[in-house]
Design a protein around this ligand. Structure first.
Ligand SMILES: Cc1cc2nc3c(=O)[nH]c(=O)nc-3n(C[C@H](O)[C@H](O)[C@H](O)COP(=O)(O)O)c2cc1C
Length: 325
């Protein structure tokens, strides 16, 4: 399985949905500057009783492509079915159900990871949506999930349930809801899914930050359908290419050539946000992204601080150029 790292992997390399960060603008500009991502997901779109998406959510699905999968967050099968139909008529061939968001405002409404609390309710939700899918007018359905709410032992029942339905993909982030983003992803809990779910639909997600992390997952779980990269990809947008080439980034991952590319990417991203939003909001968006990128600039505290403290576009751009010089 190591061999796949010497050429374009046969597993799909997927960009994780990250609300507020992997926006349509980010995804478009990312595609222009970097290679190696096979599938991307929109951050979650809320399906509720209004049966309308917000303007901001509509922007996420304005450009339809085969490698973009809209993600839906909801607590009612009826709303999911509405959203899936709507997205299918907009041209999408797959939608993804969010069963992983750990935020209390979401889980108390039994959405996101809150869906995993009551497995009977989860089953009836899935029964309803897959029955509707049999009627033929719904796209493929995938799920992105945590492995439980409060205990890793919950993984058994949840994996058994998913194994009963014809999901296109099952993306597993092996943390429980109560972990939020703390603790390490639990490989034993992932194995519970690996043992029950067909490998050609199983995708691993969680803390993949470099080639070695990916190699460990390939070794432990050969035959996976894909890997999904979140914070590791934000920190190092070249990560898919590194995985593909088997290149292990060192302490300072960016070569001179890469720094030039990264600067081009960041400048275009800023310009696009400024055009779409405003100078102030564009800076906020870029600083949010820099919170995830900072780990790739060890020892550059002063330069990073200048980015954090920048008050307008010109200060921001100068600070970024200094950091990438
Ligand atoms: C700021 C932020 C926003 C996120 N938004 C979403 C989202 O909209 N939908 C989703 O399924 N997961 C979301 N996630 C979870 C990520 O997709 C991913 O599962 C998680 O970060 C673990 O993967 P990683 O260790 O590769 O980052 C978000 C995570 C973060 C940190």
């Amino acid at each position: 399985m190591d061999d796949i790292l010497t050429e374009k992997p046969s597993v799909s390399v997927e960009m994780a949905p990250m609300e507020g960060i992997t926006t349509a603008v980010y995804r478009r500009v990312y595609r222009k500057w970097f290679e190696g991502i096979d599938r991307m997901y929109t951050p979650f779109l809320v399906a509720n009783r209004t049966h309308k998406f917000k303007t901001r959510e509509k922007k996420e699905t304005e450009v339809c492509s085969q490698d973009l999968i809209p993600q839906i967050l909801t607590d009612k099968a009826e709303h999911f079915i509405w959203a899936a139909r709507e997205l299918r008529s907009a041209g999408f061939s797959e939608v993804n159900l969010n069963a992983g968001c750990p935020s209390a405002t979401v889980t108390t409404k039994r959405k996101g990871a809150g869906m995993l609390e009551d497995t009977r309710a989860l089953r009836s939700f899935l029964d309803e949506i897959f029955t509707a899918k049999e009627s033929g007018d719904l796209p493929e359905i995938s799920i992105k999930t945590r492995v439980g709410v409060s205990f890793y032992s919950e993984a058994e029942d949840i994996a058994d349930i998913y194994a009963m339905y014809p999901f296109a993909k099952v993306i597993v982030h092996p943390r429980i809801r109560d972990d939020f983003y703390k603790n390490v992803p639990n490989k034993d809990a992932f194995r519970v899914f690996y043992d029950r779910i067909s490998h050609d639909k199983l995708v691993y997600n969680g803390d993949l930050r470099n080639t070695e992390d990916v190699r460990m997952v390939y070794r432990g779980f050969p035959g996976l359908s894909g890997i999904m990269l979140g914070r590791g990809l934000l920190a190092d947008p070249f990560l898919p290419k590194r995985i593909w080439l088997g290149d292990d980034a060192g302490e300072t991952p960016f070569s001179e050539e890469e720094k030039k590319n990264l600067l081009g990417f960041l400048e275009e991203l800023y310009e696009e946000y400024e055009r779409e939003l405003s100078e102030g909001t564009a800076i906020v968006k870029m600083k949010d992204l820099w919170n995830f990128m900072a780990v790739s600039f060890p020892g550059n505290e002063k330069l990073l601080k200048a980015i954090r403290k920048s008050r307008n576009g010109s200060e921001y751009k100068t600070a970024v150029r200094n950091c990438l010089r």
